[in-house]
Ligand binder design. Sequence first.
Ligand SMILES: [Zn+2]
Length: 278
Amino acid sequence: MTHDSVFVYSEDLLNYKFGKNHPFNQIRLKLTLDLLKNVNAIDDCHIIPPRQAADEELHMIHDPDYVNAVKLAGRGQLPEESCENYGLGTEDTPVFPNMHEASSLLVGGTLAAVDAVMSGRAKHALHLGGGLHHGFRGKASGFCIYNDSSVAIKYMQEKYKARILYVDTDAHHGDGVQWSFYDDPDVCTLSIHETGRYLFPGTGNVNERGQGKGYGFSFNIPVDAFTEDDSWLHAYRTAFREVAEFFKPDVILTQNGADAHYLDPLTHLSSTIKIYRE
Ligand SMILES: [Zn+2]
């Protein structure tokens, strides 16, 4: 049966948990699903489960050494000095039990989403547990262990031979995904974010445009702190339309981290729920 949209969810996604006082809390997935059910916006038939990403799928983006380090860390077997090399055990990305299993389930959730769309089962798929755009080839960063978006893009390239447009509207620059495909002309990345002048990760300047064959396929729209809805939407509509017309993708993967909202304590943008509706 073909659906207009599917929603990736299982309670196991809540196991990606850095600790009680960490700002990244997957409880938001459960709260969102509860809300959608309460307003009759979703039925059980729209929900598909995530799956565990295989090691070979993670290796399309991540160093096998790094994947191994995450496995060891999750079992409490990675020495502290090695943790540091891999960006693990920091204040942002602390070690937690079974972190490999929890992280590869998030990646597999995004793979389930892209399979639903690429196989024609649904026109749209939403995985709120994904979007871990700061994950690097061999290093965790900014709450992100494995980069589900980068793995999913590589997966769609190999399995479906697709040209992919990645659009990132999180308040932070989509650095991990940008660097994964910086020299690839078959993946176009567009990130709209608060300027890196005062905000993590500090990159995402307009002059980051790709390199080698990929030059001209990386777009960055940094906006100033305190940017409000109208300016933000103007930048979003214009850039999205022009980049999509230029690149003509087969499929669009978006990362819509909701931290451009004015109530978000970690960033300085002044958007409201209006931009997320759009
Ligand atoms: Zn963010």
